[in-house]
Design a protein around this ligand. Structure first.
Ligand code: CO
Length: 423
């Protein structure tokens, strides 16, 4: 196996630790793009130069970047898609509470957070604050990477049968902030980012485990980290975009917020973000509507999201003869009921990319009697009409506050995505 890639498990760990929220994923990706000669465009301005060169655009917690060597590349797009958000516990609008002599913060789950995994962890806070900047709305990113919050588990002696506690998302996930009274949480956050607390007008704030990502295992062949779903793809896709030499196509990375809650927002995968960016690139070449539609028909999107590696303690939960090995290579995801968008042509395109990258390909289907998750793939396919194939890298403990994957899968996944982009 000869994998030529700039991606590594250590690189992914660094990426994740810098990116506790979707807004930070965009900032981390943007900083890497800036360093690689990409320029940021604004959706409110004309895109005269968008037809050639390297550019990106940010819409809230979503980002799209593309590389067109020349304006003649714009006859087809090769796109890697993914999502920037991960399940977590988020701050309510009136968060300050007090109970049993403790100052608490009212939290609620975002997406399919596996609630038990959020207990007994030292939690920081991140997201963004919108504030009044002399009459106009401005915002600041917030990243408090200190252990300011904790949701303690109930003592086993206080449980009814010592067998386990059922967690209610309303009553059991508020976090302790300290003993006695505390200043309002929003004042504390505003102070942290240097804004007058009275200027704060809105916020999207969420918690994260502050323990750094770590390479673990006796042989150092595993990566323990939060948010592998789906920053594993954000990172692998970014490295792939930067590594892939385009060959007659516009190579593109499209990362969307809000996948974990259904993708229905101005910046989610069901929005017009991807399709308008593609249309505006075409328009910048002087192309007309017909040129745009012909280009979309010639284009392809790989929807990257993490895949379920076979769990050693629950191997019966996996479809027989479709077991997915950790460090076994990228995963092609197929679902007859279109929870994944893959079809035979898309499958073949990704299989060829893995062959080009000289990495093994694993094929996944979900057990027919268990509910299958989904991805941005079916949604972007519906919105754009793009041929789409769903793929991922193997991981365990999906949607836990702390997930696990193989270190070798990081470069193999990124190399396959790079090979896909350059085909
Ligand atoms: Co996901």
């Amino acid at each position: 196996m000869t994998v030529t890639t700039s991606a590594s498990a250590a690189g992914l760990a660094e990426f994740i630790d810098a990116s506790p929220s979707p807004f930070h994923v965009c900032a981390t990706v943007a900083a890497e793009l800036d360093g690689a000669g990409y320029t940021r465009l604004s959706e409110t301005e004309a895109w005269a130069g968008a037809a050639a060169g390297r550019h990106y655009v940010v819409r809230g917690g979503s980002i799209i970047a593309w590389n067109a060597e020349s304006s003649s590349d714009a006859s087809r797009f090769r796109i890697v898609g993914g999502h920037t958000d991960s399940p977590n516990l988020r701050v309510k609008q009136h968060p300050d509470r007090s109970s049993a002599g403790l100052a608490t913060v009212a939290l609620e789950p975002y997406g399919g957070a596996w609630l038990n995994s959020w207990l007994d962890r030292d939690l920081g806070l991140s997201g963004r604050l919108a504030y009044d900047d002399a009459g106009t709305v401005a915002f600041k990113l917030v990243r408090i990477n200190e252990p300011i919050l904790r949701v303690p588990q109930l003592a086993i002696h206080l449980s009814e049968d010592r067998k386990g506690v059922t967690l209610n998302p309303q009553r059991h996930v508020d976090a302790i902030r300290g003993v006695g009274d505390a200043d309002p949480l929003l004042d504390y956050v505003a102070d942290h980012v240097g804004i007058n607390p009275t200027a704060v007008l809105g916020w999207e704030l969420m918690t994260h485990d502050v323990a750094p990502s770590q390479i673990i295992g006796a042989a150092g062949d595993l990566l323990s980290a939060p948010r592998l779903d789906n920053q594993g793809t954000c990172y692998a896709g970014l490295r792939a975009l930067l590594d892939a030499e385009p060959s007659g196509a516009v190579t593109m990375l499209a990362l969307f917020d809000h996948e974990e809650v259904g993708s229905g927002s101005e910046r989610g995968a069901s929005s017009d973000f991807l399709v308008t960016v593609c249309e505006r690139i075409l328009a910048a070449t002087g192309g007309n509507r017909d040129d745009f539609l012909r280009t979309m028909a010639a284009s392809i999107c790989v929807s990257g999201d993490m895949a379920h590696a076979t769990h050693p303690n629950y191997s019966d939960r996996h479809e027989p003869s479709h077991h997915i090995a950790v460090n076994g290579g990228p995963v092609l995801k197929v679902n007859q009921n279109l929870r994944y968008a893959s079809d035979a042509i898309g499958e073949a395109e990704f299989a060829l990319a893995c062959r080009d990258a000289e990495v093994p390909l694993q094929r996944y289907i979900h057990r027919a009697d268990l509910p299958c998750g989904s991805t941005i793939g079916p949604l972007t396919a519906t919105r754009t009409g793009l041929l789409t194939v769903d793929v991922g890298a193997p991981q365990l403990a999906m949607h836990s506050a702390r997930e696990l994957m193989g270190t070798d899968d990081v470069p193999m996944y990124s190399a396959a995505l790079a090979a896909f982009l350059r085909r």
